[in-house]
Design a protein. Structure first.
Lengths: 393, 393
């Protein structure tokens, strides 16, 4: 087991009964806040009214910043930052999914910085402080509600960049499973693909032999996703299914998993960031398409094959007696079946009207942003990335 | 899934490479500290020197309080509290296992309270604040290094009482697997029995159907203990075995598991506390003797039987095709075999020179301290507790 530092500071309030504590949590550190949300669905489903009532009772004054898009853009972060500064907000409350929370985090850092937020996002200037961030989660998947990361797209340069700093970690997050009842089957499927991809990417397939306890916990979380996503899609109001998915997602990419991160890499995320930067693909869908094809591409590596097989047996229910070679094939087939049949996601980039036109440029950009190569157990050059993109067509 | 609040605030530094950060962590909040430890083994194995060097470099002044016994006593807490007050300590550093850490926590609370620490431990006066607590762990099992609890024995009244308050949670804990290399096979076995008992007690067998993800994670942790304890006993210097056991124990009874605690009860701990209060039994050994016999006693309950069977299949490697009735028997037999054959713990209270003399008094005391009955899925009266003690003879 490699050395690590583990410090999950976000206070999680789980369940509807705990939502009223939002008032006291925010009031303890801010009288004026910027409230960040998306396209307004929270007004239709009643979440907006519930939160506003709690904030009013607590004497918190709210300035609203809405219209945050999925794959949130630098221009949006700039506008939010300006508004936070003008309004003198002392904290930022995000109500939404990963895009809204990521935008709120970038705004929270931008609001205490004198210059352009892109300086921070592009690591030109270290982001060392931020306004306190609170979240009310309405969609599960990214794990941003407990993580220290924020991913923003610079639409001018087509760069999608992740900023990571403990100062961005939410101070408190409110996870109310009922608030995800209205998440569509498509978005539910994308969220679950995202959760699985976090383990693929960062941890499970990172290093070979020194993560026994952590791998076993990761398998528990992934199995939870595999078990409950079909149920949440069939019965959107099933509390247990939504609750299990919500809690699994929060563990997917957070300080909880810091102890898992020995040899972490982000191969899949770096490839997917190009897809969503160029084509505004829904993050989880891009990842779903990439995962099984990446597995096929690197399955010849001995360690990878062993880990794929373990994943197949312990998460996907692959027959342990198959032996490794057949087991790996069965694992990839089981993942395909889960993502594309059970969850109903389209399996090909061509289904999303993406062709090979930009593959070379995207692959080179992914590698350029990460030191020339996507470093992992099996490192990928731009050439490799083009091949994997092509396998996804 | 029941509502919960999840707030694991302890910063964990895992691995030898992180130990030097102890200096800066403590210096950031205290110039003068009370350093609490046990019988002096840390002087023999070099841990004392390493820590003192780090503290000296950081300019931290140390007053030492040593000689903390296992099952730490109120009189010890009183002496430590007096010394903390006299010396003007602004923080408490525990170097040791659960007993030392529990004592340090009680001292940390006592040091900021005007009266007798027993007022706090007996809940006469709420413990709302404490000096910051830091720990360097030298023995795994109790999970005190990440938990908000402290268990102290009042040797005059033979009461063993657990105080629980977030103010007792360590600010930072340093987990160095090498520091447990000198832990004896017996203490290693007792620590592992303690870890498993935490899940038995608080969570795994607490409620029936709404803890899917949590149960799966608990199984991962318990399986880690079952896999690695025999190895750590055979090869005391095996880093991976010690590291996995250390990290598993920290998760056993901590804020991490707050989300698991729906319907939590402490049946086994409450029974064991009587054993160690009357006979100074090693906590984990008492628990090891009680666990399988308690299972036999309550296995007729339908929900219990189902959960025992799940535990058997997913943790103890019991054959899933056995069916429930035979499966439960096989599960208890597998646990007996693990604790008493593989780990080499003596299986009977009579092996520890305990007879039935005090069983009635102990059973009544356990129930009296907990509202008349040990509340759990299958509640236990004093009569039941006497029967279980007798089964352990």
């Amino acid at each position: 087991m490699a050395d690590f530092i583990f410090h999950p500071t976000t206070k999680v309030y789980f369940g509807k009964g705990n939502l009223p504590s939002l008032g006291a949590e925010i009031a303890a550190c801010a009288k004026d806040i910027l409230m960040v949300y998306g396209g307004g669905s929270i007004k239709k489903n009643g979440i907006y009214d519930k939160v506003m009532e709690i904030l009013q009772k607590a004497g918190v004054d709210v300035v609203e910043f809405n219209g945050v898009e999925s794959n949130p853009r630098l221009s949006t972060v700039r506008r939010g930052t300006d508004l936070a500064k003008e309004s003198g907000a002392a904290a930022v409350l995000a109500i939404g999914g990963g895009s809204v929370i990521d935008c709120a985090k970038a705004v929270a850092a931008g609001a205490v910085y004198g210059g352009d937020p892109w300086d921070l996002l592009s690591y030109k200037v270290p982001a060392e402080k931020a306004l306190p961030v609170f979240t009310v989660l309405t969609m599960s998947g990214t794990g941003s509600e407990m993580s220290s990361g924020s991913v923003i797209t610079n639409e001018e340069t087509k760069e999608k960049i992740g900023l990571d700093n403990p100062c961005l970690r939410p101070k408190a997050s409110f996870l109310v499973p009922e608030f995800t009842y209205t998440v569509s089957p498509y978005q539910t499927a994308c969220g679950s693909a995202d959760v699985i991809s976090h383990f693929f990417d960062f941890y499970y397939f990172a290093k070979a032999d020194n993560l026994s306890m952590q791998r076993s916990i990761m398998e528990s979380i992934m199995r939870t996703v595999v078990d409950y996503t079909p149920q949440a899609i069939k019965e959107p109001n099933n509390y247990e299914a939504r609750a299990n998915l919500m809690w699994a997602a929060a563990w997917g990419c957070s300080a909880i998993t810091d102890s898992f991160a020995a040899g972490a890499s982000m191969v899949l995320h770096f490839m997917e960031h190009e897809l969503s930067a160029y084509y505004d693909v829904t993050h989880g869908h891009g990842l779903a398409i990439l995962m099984p094809r990446w597995m096929e591409y690197v399955a010849n590596d001995e360690t990878m094959a062993r880990l794929f097989y373990r994943f197949g047996v312990n998460v996907m229910g692959v027959d342990a007696s198959l032996g490794e070679a057949d087991g790996v094939k069965a694992t990839i087939a089981a993942l395909d079946q889960f993502l594309f049949d059970e969850l109903g996601l389209k399996s090909r980039l061509s289904d999303l009207n993406i062709d090979e036109e930009n593959f070379r440029e995207m692959a080179e950009e992914a590698c350029r942003l990460n030191g020339g190569k996507l470093q992992a157990l099996v490192p990928l050059t731009a050439e490799d990335v083009v091949k994997i993109f092509t396998m996804c067509l």
